[in-house]
Design a protein around this ligand. Structure first.
Ligand SMILES: NC(=O)c1ccc[n+]([C@@H]2O[C@H](COP(=O)([O-])OP(=O)(O)OC[C@H]3O[C@@H](n4cnc5c(N)ncnc54)[C@H](OP(=O)(O)O)[C@@H]3O)[C@@H](O)[C@H]2O)c1
Length: 315
């Protein structure tokens, strides 16, 4: 497994990491038993994955992950979790007492004394200043106390597809952030323009999330999306085939469009690790295999960038 350094944290991270959110939530959404979940986590560890991502809002992922990792030497893996500062019911930003309580609960559920990577979950641009002013000092104190080792935030890409929240944070306060979690993939390339260079310049670790997600694994949804982009004039009619629009990527050592998706997602050196949200041991092994060469051939990279890099849309 290729390792990269997670920016200024200095942590050595596996290029592929395991996410416990998304559609699968560590198999919670498809009826996995704890036996299946332990098997998946063990397979990940055996194959060299050392980063596990979870969040307070991924069903029971935190406690399941805690159980799956129980008994494994704590210094052999890194835990990332997240807390949404937003109170969805009242549409307000929570205060620092809720953050402290939530981290205590996360530590308990994860069966650990410290969280390696602690993120504010999904910051929107209009919330950014308030979160930094009212909650960042508490995160800093928790870091000083040793309960968390690094501080960051993730984007809320479904509502902020240009990930302006991340751009704002990295432009305004690069010194505050150790890590950001963002979405960068074949169908979502906009982070390449400003965000990835900012992260690289300020040595901020980047965790890439949801790079494959829903449309790349589903040929019908992918065809519909590309047709929509053609009919709305976002891309030229002859830029990609109507049927199986990304099928030309499957060549030589690239065995599927999904594999192409993970390779593309890992290509920028400013990205430290790419999360896979698979719940299947077989798929996990395939995805790790695809990371052995974390790039597509130059012609394919160039064509994908030339055709799709200007699109700023949740896909
Ligand atoms: N901060 C945030 O706001 C945020 C938002 C989204 C995600 N995340 C994090 O990012 C992680 C990754 O995102 P994601 O869960 O959307 O994951 P993803 O890796 O982009 O996509 C996972 C989907 O792809 C399928 N898949 C993966 N490998 C496959 C293969 N080799 N062959 C066929 N299908 C394959 C999975 O199905 P199978 O299970 O069948 O393999 C699953 O449906 C999440 O789990 C979460 O930890 C964070």
């Amino acid at each position: 497994m290729i390792k990269r350094v997670l920016g200024k944290t200095g942590m050595e991270v596996s290029l592929l990491s395991l996410g416990t959110g998304g559609a699968r939530q560590l198999g919670q959404t498809i009826g996995h038993s704890i036996y299946d979940q332990k098997r998946l986590v063990k397979a990940a560890l055996d194959i060299g994955v050392n980063v596990f991502d979870t969040a307070t809002h991924y069903g029971d992922s935190e406690s399941i992950l805690g159980e799956c990792l129980s008994g494994i030497p704590r210094d052999s893996f890194l835990l990332c979790t997240k807390w949404p500062a937003r109170d969805e019911v009242n549409n307000t930003i929570d205060d620092h007492t809720k953050l402290i309580k939530s981290i205590e609960k996360s530590l308990e559920r994860l069966q650990t004394d410290y969280i390696d990577i602690m993120l504010f979950h999904g910051i929107m641009p209009h919330e950014y200043d308030l979160i930094v002013e009212s909650l960042y000092p508490t995160m800093e104190r928790l870091k000083y106390e040793g309960k968390i080792r690094s501080i960051g935030f993730s984007s809320r890409f479904s509502e902020d597809p240009g990930q302006k929240g991340i751009e704002l944070g990295l432009s305004k306060h690069p010194e505050l952030w150790d890590v950001v979690m963002l979405k960068y993939g074949i169908l979502n390339q906009s982070a390449a323009a400003k965000i990835l260079p900012l992260a690289r310049n300020h040595n901020i670790g980047v965790i890439n999330m949801a790079a494959v997600r829903v449309k790349l694994p589903d040929p019908i949804l992918l065809e519909q999306l590309i047709s929509k982009w053609k009919s709305s004039g976002l891309i030229d009619n002859d830029s990609l085939p109507t049927n199986n629009p990304l099928g030309w990527l499957v060549k030589d050592n690239v065995k599927s469009v999904i594999e192409a998706g993970y390779k593309f997602a890992a290509e920028p050196s400013s990205i430290s690790t790419v999360l896979t949200g698979t719940a299947s041991v077989e798929h996990l092994k395939m995805n790790v295999e695809s990371m052995k060469e974390p790039s597509l051939i130059e012609d394919h990279m160039d064509r994908l960038k030339a055709t799709l890099s200007h699109i700023i849309e949740y896909a």
